[in-house]
Design a protein around this ligand. Sequence first.
Ligand code: PLZ
Length: 453
Amino acid sequence: MTETTSAPAPAVPQQRQIVTAVPGPKSLALHERRTAVVSAGVSSALPVYIERAHGAVLVDVDGNRFVDFGGGIGVTTVGHTEPRVVAAASAQLADVTHTLFTVTPYEEYVQVAELLARHTPGDWAKKSVLVNSGAEAVENGVKIARKHTGRRAVAVLDHAYHGRTNLTMAMNYKAHPYATGFGPFAGDVYHAPNSYPYRDGLSGDEAAARTIGYLEKVVGAADLACLVVEPIQGEGGFMVPADGFLPALQRWCTENGVVMIADEIQSGMARSGSYFASEQFGWEPDLVLSAKGIAGGLPLAAVTGRAEIMDASHAGGLGGTFGGNPVSCAAAVAVFAAIEEDELLAEARRIEASLTAGLERLAEKHDVIGDVRGKGAMIAIELVRPGTRETSKTPYPEAVGELVAHAAQHGVLLLSAGTYGNVLRFLPGFAVTDELIDDALSVLDDGLSALAR
Ligand code: PLZ
């Protein structure tokens, strides 16, 4: 709806409150209109239509308030409608909305590249290209690595998720729902074993040896352009790799002239408690991919890395109409400033401490919680069938479905994840207080008790 006046938006109380059925009547009416005109291929996890959002809370058209543990899948890390982000983007919108950097450039793009050079891991000269989406960053990272190495093959890890474009569909682990029926797919993509301590029990060195063994035998280092890895796998289920796994892979890549790329699209931009999660594993990637949280909700993504690799492309080889849009860039500059001013890395660690302590308490009580894992504001539980926690660890996806639905009915927005659909993930923005976390965990506790019945 178009607002013609600029009356201040009403405050959004930072508490959950459910006043209608979920979805409510206005959401149901909108859903009917949507179903007539929006492709059935686009689904919605929770079809409540959101009218306003601030901090940690979403308000739907029926006046229900949800405490948001999804953040639009890890995007609104600095909080919904963060005032500095809104102000910077609004001012930029009025100054210059678009020119296309590859036609006539502007300072905000350069500022974002400077900030990325400063905050991505590694103490070397770095350059960036800005694009629109995570998948586009992955595509460009692969293009750049291929151009730099003159090699063809791309390797990824089992349980990975990298996007929905043609190349990235081939890079994902799960066929369904991402790829089924959408082929033919890009070739020369190889899926190597990952590190999944909860299920493989391997040390970092053992897991790395297994991955490297696969790459050497099945792909051959001489043909491998890049290895693309999420330091903490996102859609796959928040697998935190065993210590030493990522640095061992980087060493092997460096020795073999392979570009190692960190897909930090979900784990980056302060979410994990450091600017980029790679740092926490002692990994300094050749290239880093950012998106999601970088611009506080506006579309922006980046490939950043070693200057000599980033400069491999001929002039004109990289670009795109909307890549590095000035409004998104201005928002990103404000996001970086908010991270510094509000010491948000410490906030991410606070959230990690509250969430993991609370979830571990729930795990003592409910034996369907097989594992509690993650870093910063990126924490998950993996659910296993009753009585299998000490034995087969049999995935329990139905529990995740029931818990997500239970939470939504009580005003808590949670997301599922996991190759087996049995992971419940928490991706809150930093505006979530310890009180809101405890409150959400009490809702989850009730949901877990209801499962057992
Ligand atoms: N790499 C690690 O998490 C996006 C997908 C939402 P885009 N994850 C959320 C959906 O169902 O489409 C993601 C990611 C990692 C790449 C991507 C892709 O980023 O901005 O969605 O293209």
